[in-house]
Design a protein around this ligand. Structure first.
Ligand SMILES: Nc1ncnc2c1ncn2[C@@H]1O[C@H](COP(=O)(O)OP(=O)(O)O)[C@@H](O)[C@H]1O
Ligand SMILES: [Mg+2]
Length: 267
């Protein structure tokens, strides 16, 4: 199969990688793609909870790697969406329980059966990131429009480039348009100016994200909230549809904040 194997990562932690993985996986499955989301954040184990599949775990990625089961036995089939699967990780293991070679083998085996293989990973500066990303071709870098997150995203983009991932595309998450208008937040244009990679989507701050995480149902399964629409647009762009960006795209933020960002980058 001509699969897309994609890591979702970030520089800074807590910017929305797991949220993005779950929502894109569900959105792509709804579009008829056969999708598996892999929890590559070994030791934290979040993706199963966000996807509402935690009660269905029998085997994990680690079991498959250790030879305690076959890889397909660790696959959990979502009951809501026909084409959606996930592979959970183990909480009790450390981030180095999976080697780069093992992740390459896992991703390669899944290529035969899936259109999209999406790996949720630890933040790029953390241990375990390189291994989680070893088997993928492409990367989605998630950042929030904050100076510190953008600075860390830049480092990770450099690392992904040195790992020869391509394309590397950016998602700016937790956008609050009114804060941008008031100049209290960086504009997306500013972020793009600094990071110099292609934007694939912007996701607004949306309290339905928190509700859906607590309910264990990705927004893109049935919600039409602003964040749900944003994630569906990103999924559509991933499959090659030409979806225009929401108007917030052209918003340029506060000149002072941009100046601060440039100083942080030594520009
Ligand atoms: N667009 C958003 N709007 C509101 N809350 C969000 C949004 N994106 C993420 N969050 C919240 O931020 C927290 C961190 O998100 P998560 O996806 O777990 O980040 P990561 O995987 O990068 O650590 C979670 O509580 C999540 O619900
Ligand atoms: Mg996470």
């Amino acid at each position: 199969m001509d699969s897309h194997v994609i890591v979702v990562t970030s520089g800074k932690g807590g910017v929305g990688k797991t949220t993005t993985t779950a929502n894109l996986a569900a959105a792509l499955a709804r579009m008829g793609k056969k999708v598996v989301a892999i929890d590559g954040d070994v030791g934290l184990r979040n993706l199963d909870v966000i996807m509402g599949l935690e009660n269905r775990i029998v085997y994990t990625l680690i079991d498959a790697i250790d030879g305690a089961c076959r890889l397909r036995q660790a696959l959990i089939k979502d009951k809501r969406l026909e084409n959606l699967f996930m592979i959970p990780t183990a909480q009790s293991k450390t981030k180095d329980s999976v080697s780069a070679e093992q992740m390459v083998a896992v991703c390669d085996e899944l290529r035969a059966d899936f259109d999209y293989i999406i790996v949720d990973s630890p933040a790029g500066i953390e241990a375990g990131f390189k291994n989680a990303a070893a088997g993928v071709d492409e990367a989605l870098v998630v950042t929030t429009p904050e100076v510190s997150a953008v600075r860390d995203a830049d480092r990770i983009i450099g690392l992904l480039e040195s790992m020869e991932k391509s394309p590397i595309r950016l998602i700016v998450n937790r956008i609050r348009p009114h804060m941008m208008e008031k100049g209290d937040m960086l504009g997306v244009a500013d972020v793009l100016d600094i990071l110099a990679i292609d934007l694939i989507g912007m996701v607004p701050e949306d309290e339905s994200v928190v509700k859906s995480a607590n309910a264990g149902e990705p927004l893109t399964i049935s919600s039409d909230s602003p964040a749900a629409r944003a994630f569906k647009n990103i999924a559509a762009r991933l499959v090659g549809d030409n979806i225009p960006f929401m108007p917030v795209d052209s918003t340029s933020g506060n000149g002072n904040l941009f100046g601060r960002l440039k100083r942080v980058f030594g520009l």
